[in-house]
Design a protein around this ligand. Sequence first.
Ligand SMILES: [Zn+2]
Length: 450
Amino acid sequence: MRAIRLYDTATREVRPLEPRDPGKVGIYACGPTVYARVHVGNARPFVVFSQLKRFLEHEGLDVTFVANITDINDKIYDAAQAAGRPSAELAEEMIAHYLADTERLGLGRPDHEPLASETVGPIIDLIQALVDGDHAYAVDGDVYFRVRSLGGYGALSRRDVDQMDQGEGVEGADRKEDPLDFALWKATKEGEDTSWDAPWGAGRPGWHIECSAMAEELLGLDFDIHGGGIDLVFPHHENEAAQTEAGRGKPLARTWMHNGMLQLPDASKMSKSVGNIRGLGEVLDEVGGEALVLYFSGGHYRQPILFTDERLEEAVRAAARIREAGRRVGPGESPAQLRPLRDAFFDALADDFNTARALAALYDWIREANKLPGEVGGADLREMLDVLGLASLLEGEDGPPAEAVSLAERRAAAREARDWAEADRLRDELRAMGWEVRDGPQGPELVPAG
Ligand SMILES: [Zn+2]
């Protein structure tokens, strides 16, 4: 097995992965809050940590990957109320969309996808331990974490305690001992249509506590890798770490891994409040799962990644190039002279999971394979693509690939808009991919270019 090193946000260092239980790795990544359909940015952590699991399994480790779904939250109550619907029904519908949309990425599912609404028992247990240990206090049916009761608070995000804002606004301000404290349990309020019984009264969990409780339930304490978007470091992950440390006397996780955000050309962040959302399902309709996974894999997971039509198009072309290479390779072992490129691919993944460098090695492998006479065995290519969740690019298919369909649709739209130059450009791109549009009995259809 290769020595695997990962960047740890807590120590700001690239450190060797040293599993708590030899041969086994537990990964927990914070999932979506289901108040609307997920946007394409929500897919990044799903892709990063699904691929990380695949890579670690390739290296012989037994991986358990947990990605939660937050189905109790203020945003869900607000959205349900605005739509005049029960909050549980809205959440259930958005969970179904999330599962269907992420399924289309072709990366498989996490081993566990716990719901907050199904973890209320363990959540109450953990809050009780915090109250018993004087790290939390109940006021009028709410329970708050006493931030200054824990010496190391702020270590993960490296923030000065006096400069912090939990982002809870005025909510509970008159009940908190200290503005820095945050909610573990919230008493039922007007307009909330779900609640659970607890020793402090009917209510529902705050957001941060669910992850501490779920991770402990499914992975135990001091598990290996806690992941999520970089925007979650504070307050969410700082609070998760604090709750577990204070309630259990042990760290929550050994390594904290954070992925960068999607960046739009004007440097803004994709968010509902800015109104620049691109739905995951919508982008998948446009380019297909393989191209989208390739798009994400083209950047180092820690860096922000630019989200533009050009970048997506590049990924579509890359997917087509790999398919093309797949048609040329044969079954069986790959030639020994290509081995160093295959090794470079896996070494890049072992070095802080550098998928961008790994992909470069994969493209080098294809280029060198193309120079060899005769049919080249494709075992290396299959092995590399499988770890990225892209082995489907090598599967023979009856119809045109998703990338060609997407180009043909865009060409039709360009023609409709009388943008002939764009339509011609897309036609040429289609031909380069080996496909062309011809008029068939049911209207235009894609056929292999002749
Ligand atoms: Zn979380």
